[in-house]
Design a protein around this ligand. Structure first.
Ligand code: GAR
Length: 187
């Protein structure tokens, strides 16, 4: 696997746990990010994994950014790419369609799209008064937060929920959903 991160790396840490516990038969070949000094990269380095950073500001547009990212991934021999809390739009080259997997903290197509990520998703769910939310693991196509779902897990929204409580309950499901979706994909 190659894994891309933009933030705390909790999703990456969950993959380490699943692999260590034998719940996911995979190997992480490389971890990449779109900026330096983030916890996700530190976590990868602590595990002795190779890392790379591609800064969008150093690239000439989204296609150039994408080409640079996929060149780095291919150089490490990865066969599947996981977007683990990676928040930037990434155009997918033809050869990688069906091999890039994203996890999103809502029941897509609800509460997805540009600007709708992380805590903002849970705020939108509470503002909409939804009774149910959850997470979606899906193949990535060339539309933001779009592409064939691999699995969705539902989570109830409780009357006394705030963003933090709801986010924690959804993340708990994400920790099961991502390894399970990867197992299905790899099988
Ligand atoms: C997760 O909740 C994931 O679903 C979300 O980012 C969080 C992981 O970040 N992804 C998105 O919102 C993608 N649109 P972390 O692993 O850095 O904590």
């Amino acid at each position: 696997l190659a894994v891309l991160v933009s933030g705390t790396g909790r999703t990456l840490a969950n993959l380490f746990d699943a692999i260590d516990a034998g719940r996911l038969d995979a190997r992480i070949a490389v971890v990449g990010a779109d900026r330096d000094s983030i916890r996700g990269l530190e976590l990868a380095r602590e595990q002795g994994l190779p890392t790379f950073v591609v800064r969008p500001g150093d690239c000439d547009g989204a296609e150039h950014f994408s080409r640079t990212v996929f060149d780095a991934i291919e150089a490490h021999g990865a066969e599947t790419l996981v977007l683990a809390g990676f928040l930037r739009f990434l155009p997918i080259p033809e050869a990688w369609l069906g091999r890039v997997i994203n996890i999103h903290p809502s029941l897509l197509p609800a509460h997805g799209g540009k600007g709708c990520y992380g805590e903002r998703v849970h705020r939108a769910v509470l503002a909409a008064g939804d009774a149910t939310t959850g997470c979606t693991v899906h193949y990535v196509d060339n539309v933001y937060d779009h592409g064939p779902p691999i699995l969705q897990a539902e989570v109830p929204v409780l009357p006394d929920d705030d963003v933090e409580r709801l986010a924690a309950r959804v993340f708990e499901q994400e920790c099961h959903a991502l390894p399970e979706a990867l197992r299905r994909h790899l099988a």
